[in-house]
Ligand binder design. Structure first.
Ligand code: NAD
Length: 426
């Protein structure tokens, strides 16, 4: 019997990413008929590390920062996932994101488990030197628990190529030899992969093209609204406008710009570089940023943050396709509303898997010591994204479920199968 997911009792519960992830997990596990023991294994992180990091600040004071690394699963390979720096990082959030990485890697059929890390700190108040010291001490504290065969971190919120270079260097100093494959998202000159910066946006475009084909829509007549003009949103906008899509609206935290004929994305990027904002762009009109997500469109890409599509507003969406560039932009309570409206959802664990896929390529290239040109990276990314999309849609059809549930079921099935094949070591 399929258990109906329990509705969240409060809005606060609805916005708790751990509860959303658990509710989707519960439903997928029940539909798959996984026994209690297997559910317990899949639900519980394999390993969780909490470190307290003493760091000397520039003014001489000592401060202690708290960091996490959660390895949710290592059943299919080393744990894989980003490290975020933010003042409101919580253990629960890192746990939820680590599990998400397990399911994302499994949907893309990559030989990785899932992990995530975070340090509670406010990067806007820290100097580069302070951030470097936090990063190096964090790396030293988790040294035994990360590594190319163990757990491979990557950038996430407020961490970047430079952070990864510091981690790689610190790890290598402790290991007494250079080990580039310990992290991904490194600068290309330090063993990073070509194509990584555009990978998540490119992956979104590839799965959207697959969805258009299924729905019989023409690329040139396809209107696209994108929330967030950072790495995922900006790269999606750039690549998709170049490919002939009409990007009619970009929504940022401080405003939204709209042009029914399609925005000139390179010009908007230049305007933002020059002025620090998308506001005041001559090639479009400014519209209410709180209403822009509800414009009539063909494709909506939330690519900014979690919990933007909720039980309170999902009924107002007017899009045919929802491509979740961000992690967790839709709460669990909103899923059924989207399904009732017949919106074709490309769930986050599929839609934004392009980033981790090229991270996988980076790890492979580092381990081989042989680097691919950008065309090879892009072609292999396309193959994996198309296959993953087809796997999810076929699973949805076979089991009569929506795409998100299909992605979760496929992922759980793959991880559970690996655990069964390996058996339980005792
Ligand atoms: P980013 O910081 O580069 O970009 C985020 C953008 O969203 C920024 O321009 C920011 O100003 C904007 N923004 C913030 N709050 C907003 C709001 N309320 N309304 C509209 N815009 C807002 O981050 P990113 O790397 O593009 O990541 C975005 C999301 O995608 C996150 O959920 C992240 O976890 C997820 N993601 C990123 C990658 C990747 O490769 N970068 C891969 C997978 C998933």
């Amino acid at each position: 019997m399929i258990m109906e997911a329990t509705p969240p009792s409060t809005l606060e519960d609805e916005f708790n990413p751990l509860l959303s992830a658990e509710a989707r997990f519960d439903e997928a596990a029940a539909r798959l008929g996984l026994d209690d023991g297997m559910q317990k294994i899949l639900r519980t992180p394999a390993r969780e590390i909490i470190v307290h990091i003493p760091v000397q600040l520039d003014d001489g004071r000592l401060e202690v920062f708290t960091g996490f690394r959660v390895q949710h699963s290592i059943a299919r390979g080393p744990a894989k996932g980003g490290i975020r720096y933010a003042p409101d990082v919580t253990h629960d959030e890192i746990r939820a994101l680590a599990a998400w990485m397990t399911w994302k890697c499994a949907v893309a059929n990559l030989p990785f488990g899932g992990g995530k890390g975070g340090v509670i700190c406010d990067p806007s108040l820290l100097s580069p030197g302070e951030l470097e010291r936090i990063t190096r001490r964090y790396t030293a504290e988790v040294f035994e628990f990360i590594g190319p065969e163990i757990d491979v971190p990557a950038p996430d919120m407020n961490t970047n190529e430079q952070t990864m270079a510091w981690i790689m260097d610190t790890y290598s100093m402790h290991a007494r030899h250079t080990q580039t494959a310990v992290v991904t998202g490194k600068p290309v000159d330090l063993g990073g992969s070509k194509g990584r910066t555009e990978a998540t946006g490119r992956g979104c475009m590839i799965v959207i093209e697959q969805a258009l084909r299924r729905l019989g829509l023409e690329r040139s007549a396809t209107r696209v609204v994108i929330q967030g003009f950072g790495n995922v949103g900006g790269m999606s906008a750039k690549l998709m406008s170049r490919a002939g899509f009409k990007i009619v609206c970009i929504i940022e935290w401080d405003g939204a710009v709209y042009n029914a004929r399609g925005l000139d994305i390179p010009a908007l990027m230049k305007h933002r570089r020059d002025t620090g904002s998308i506001i005041g762009f001559a090639g479009g009109e400014e519209i209410d940023r709180n209403e822009a997500m509800f414009l009539e469109t063909d494709v909506l890409i939330p690519a900014a943050k979690e919990n933007v599509i909720t039980s309170q507003n999902a009924h107002r969406l007017r899009t045919k396709i929802l491509c979740e560039g961000a992690n967790g932009p839709t709460t669990h309570a909103a899923d059924s509303i989207l399904a009732d409206k017949g919106i074709f959802v490309i769930p986050d664990i599929l839609a934004n898997a392009g980033g981790v896929t090229v991270s996988y390529f980076e790890w492979v290239q580092d381990r081989q010591g042989y680097f691919w040109n950008e065309q090879v990276v892009n072609d292999r990314l396309e193959e994996i994204m198309v296959n993953s999309f087809q796997d999810v849609v076929a699973y949805a059809q076979k089991h009569g479920v929506n795409n998100r549930m299909a992605a979760y079921m496929l992922a759980l099935d793959r991880v559970a199968f690996a655990i069964k094949l390996r058996g339980i070591y005792a």
